[in-house]
Design a protein around this ligand. Structure first.
Ligand SMILES: [Zn+2]
Length: 306
C-alpha cells in the first residue's frame, strides 16, 4: 500500500474520535454520545490518496486517460464529467455496483448566474418537500416509501438464506443494490430541486434545522430521514456558492405560528394545515405562511426589509 493511504486511515480515525469527544462535551442529559464503531471489512469501503500526483495520477489525455494508482496499477475510468480546478485528494470507493473514484478539487472556477432580482423563503416540510414564499410546492418523491416493498422482499431473501452461504452473499449484494438505487433516486431529486431554485433566486432563506433532534420524534422519523433535508441543504449551499447566489439559515422559532400578514401569533398544532388569521383575515396554507415568514426574517437579518 502507498504510505499516504495508510496515513489517511489514521487521519479518519482521529476525526472520528475528535467528533466523539465533541459529542461528549456537548451532550445534554439523557443523550448518549455514541462510541466510534469498529469498521470491519464489510463496512470499510474506501481509501484515499491525500495528494494528487503522489500515488494517484492520471496518464494520457486528461478526460479519458487512465488512472494510475501506486501499488495497484493502471485503471480504466469511465468519466462522469471532466475535471474542474486542481485535483487535491483522490478517494477510491466500493459501492454495491462497482468501484468509483472521487477527486476533490481546489480552485474550481465559479460560474456566476445572471441576477434575477428574486428572493424566496423555503419551508421544508413533510406534506410537500418544500414550500416557497410565492406558494409553489415542491413535491416530495418519497423514494424510500415507494421502494419499501422491494427492499423488504430483498431483505427477507437475505434472512432466509443460511449464514455464511454463497447464496446469502448473493442476496446481500442484491439488497445493497436496491438500497443504492433508492439513495441515488433521492440524490437525483435533491440536485434537480436545488438547481431549479438556484437558477431562479438570488437569495434563498431557510430554517436552521435541528434535524438530529427531530429524528428522535420517532413517528416522523422515517419520513424526515426520507426527505433528506440536511443533505438537500448542503447541496443547495454548494450549488449557490458555485453560482454566486446566497443561501441563508434563519432561526426557526415561531415561523409557522406567526401570521405573515400582520405578525400576530396564531397558535396551531402540527395537524392544522391551514393558517387563518382572526386579526387580519390572512388565509393560506400553513407552509406557505411559514415560507413567507422565513423570507421576511432572512431579509430583516440582512438589514434590507422589503
Ligand atoms: Zn394576521
Amino acid at each position: 500500500m502507498h504510505s499516504h493511504v495508510l496515513q489517511d486511515v489514521l487521519a479518519r480515525l482521529d476525526k472520528t474520535y475528535q467528533a466523539f469527544f465533541r459529542r461528549i462535551r456537548e451532550s445534554r442529559a439523557g443523550q448518549t454520545p455514541g462510541f466510534p464503531r469498529y469498521q470491519g471489512r464489510n463496512r470499510y469501503h474506501s481509501f484515499t490518496y491525500k495528494e494528487f500526483g503522489n500515488g494517484a495520477r492520471l496518464d494520457g489525455i486528461l478526460d479519458n486517460g487512465f488512472l494510475v494508482l501506486s501499488k495497484i496499477g493502471r485503471v480504466v475510468v469511465r468519466w462522469s464529467r471532466p475535471l474542474d480546478g486542481t485535483p487535491k485528494t483522490v478517494t477510491i470507493s466500493h459501492e454495491a455496483d462497482g468501484w468509483y473514484v472521487c477527486f476533490s478539487c481546489a480552485d474550481v472556477p465559479m460560474q456566476p448566474l445572471e441576477p434575477t432580482g428574486q428572493e424566496t423563503g423555503i419551508d421544508l416540510g413533510l406534506e410537500s418537500f418544500a414550500t416557497l414564499s410565492d406558494g409553489t410546492m415542491i413535491h416530495n418523491p418519497r423514494c424510500y416509501r415507494r421502494a419499501e416493498r422491494r427492499l423488504k422482499t430483498a431483505q427477507r431473501k437475505v434472512s432466509r438464506r443460511k449464514k455464511g452461504s454463497h447464496r446469502r452473499r448473493k442476496a446481500i449484494k442484491l439488497l445493497a443494490k436496491a438500497h443504492l438505487k433508492v439513495k441515488r433516486q433521492r440524490t437525483d431529486f435533491q440536485h434537480k430541486a436545488a438547481l431549479a431554485l438556484v437558477r431562479e433566486y438570488d437569495a434563498m432563506y431557510h430554517e436552521d434545522l435541528q434535524v438530529a433532534n427531530m429524528l428522535k420524534n420517532h413517528h416522523l422519523a422515517k419520513s424526515i430521514a426520507d426527505a433528506g433535508w440536511s443533505a438537500f441543504l448542503s447541496i443547495l449551499a454548494a450549488k449557490a456558492a458555485y453560482a454566486g447566489r446566497r443561501v441563508v439559515a434563519v432561526p426557526p422559532a415561531y415561523t409557522s405560528q406567526t401570521c405573515s400578514g400582520c405578525g400576530a401569533v396564531v397558535k396551531k398544532g402540527l395537524s392544522v394545515r391551514w393558517h387563518a388569521c382572526p386579526d387580519c383575515g390572512t388565509s393560506l396554507h400553513r407552509d406557505h405562511n411559514a415560507a413567507k415568514n422565513i423570507e421576511r426574517l432572512g431579509q430583516s437579518r440582512q438589514g434590507e426589509v422589503a
